[in-house]
Write a protein that binds this ligand. Sequence first.
Ligand SMILES: O=C(O)[C@@H](CO)OP(=O)(O)O
Ligand SMILES: [Mg+2]
Length: 439
Amino acid sequence: MSDTAISAVRAWEALDSRGKPTVGCEVRLEGGARGETTVPSGASTGRHEARELRDGGIRYGGQGVRGAVSAVSGELFGAVRGLDATAQSSVDQALRSADGTTDLGRLGANAILAVSVATALAAADARGLPLYRAVADDDATPLLPLPMVNIISGGAHAGRAIDVQDFLAVPVGARSFAEALEWCSRVRAATADVLTARGTSPALVADEGGLGPVLPTNRAALDLLTAGIERARLRPGDDIGIAIDVAATQFFTGDRYRLAAEDRDLTAHELIDELAGWCDHYPIVSIEDALAEDDWTGWRDATQRLAGRQLLGDDLFVTDLARLDRGVRGQVANAVLVKPNQTGTLTAARAVVRHAQDNGYTTVLSARSGETEDNWLADLAVGWRTGQIKVGSITRSERTAKWNRLLRLETELGEDADYAGATALRASARTTLDGARRT
Ligand SMILES: O=C(O)[C@@H](CO)OP(=O)(O)O
Ligand SMILES: [Mg+2]
């Protein structure tokens, strides 16, 4: 047996940042190297995502997560025992075959991702490499990503106080990752100050640590964020752009998009008009899930009408190669959100990043709303050169675990790493910033 052969896989129930059950896992190799992870879980999940075993994510110790945990230490261990951990794609293929379903719903995508990630960490440990180096192509320069940081939350993460799920700061003018993060931290604090000055308590904090104020309209949230940027003495558009995750699947009723907070029911065409109106008035650089997950026609229209912005598919693509390829062929969207747990293995997530990069789609590596204190996502962003990363707010330790890892890597790597900065967005998105104006 070689030193990098998998010798043991253990699993246990753990908690995610919402206090809901998830899977913890350790992979050990013959030579003594090891890797350990606790996997994340989403709330605004797409219908086409790989399937977790979670009992609907409600009961700690329920059969769902228990089933996933026993799958890890039973069938999945059996499938990867003795395999070389440094051959990630063979390990991932064995995991997928052991499950045997396309959506990984028999043993659970959470069980499979846990083994996949812990294997990558164990392999890196065995090779004496940091994870970002172990997952990178041989000649690739590490790339620190442009962060997008959640400031205001609505939708499924904040009791649906507003319809749009995420309002994020994108520090397009920052010259380093550290400066980018510092600016976002200032925007977060200043936005909370604006609420306090208005007499609205900012104390309500959403699932990802974003502010969850009750506001009358989605535009009011864009106004609030813009006011926060200015109060932080930064320039909306030049220093900080705005990204939104509309998460439109969440309020699509079958034929209409229902903006409940505003009591309006819109057709896809009308929703695109609404978004175009926002783009005229606010420095919006990126729009995620502008339309619902299966509204390919609406998405195609949006891609044409909102051209120039990063149009990011999350529920639309669900980190699935075939769905991304359909988008590429049909000229739908121009960017993909990559969440490893939507697809179940690191190999599959990596293939999506490559296909996007080969076809001029930008890539944003993303955490989930139910996160853990792990920081491997930061290493994947750097090693895979995704260019952008989204991990929620800048408060709460399950988020700062990723930011802090990136801060450390930037300091450690110095000149040996690139910083993506605004170039991670399409050049055309950058130009729209100059034309953006406020009411
Ligand atoms: O929709 C999203 O992009 C994510 C993160 O904000 O949320 P969830 O993990 O709930 O899908
Ligand atoms: Mg999303």
